[in-house]
Write a new protein. Structure first.
Length: 89
């Protein structure tokens, strides 16, 4: 099923979205992810929420490296205030 990924990302705005797009991913070309995120950025700016759209680009293959996972945990904690419920250690 084809997706209009820029449209999907824009539809999520102004809610928080963390994207892990590894630079050496053989399944997804990272330039396409950049294109989608850049296409959706104006919508996040329209909602005055540019900080809610975050993309990390670890120097990895199709993976979610520990440093990127920890960044995602911090992002989720900031958005959902989870640290009082779970330990992020």
């Amino acid at each position: 099923m084809p997706f209009d990924f820029p449209g999907v990302i824009a539809a999520i705005a102004p809610r928080a979205l963390f994207i892990n797009a590894p630079l050496k991913d053989s399944n997804f070309e990272v330039s396409g992810v950049y294109d989608c995120v850049n296409a959706a950025k104006p919508v996040y700016h329209l909602f005055k929420a540019p900080d809610k759209l975050v993309m990390q680009n670890p120097d990895a293959e199709h993976d979610f490296p520990k440093e990127t996972r920890e960044a995602a945990y911090r992002f989720l904690d900031k958005e959902l205030n989870l640290s009082h419920i779970i330990s992020l250690q």
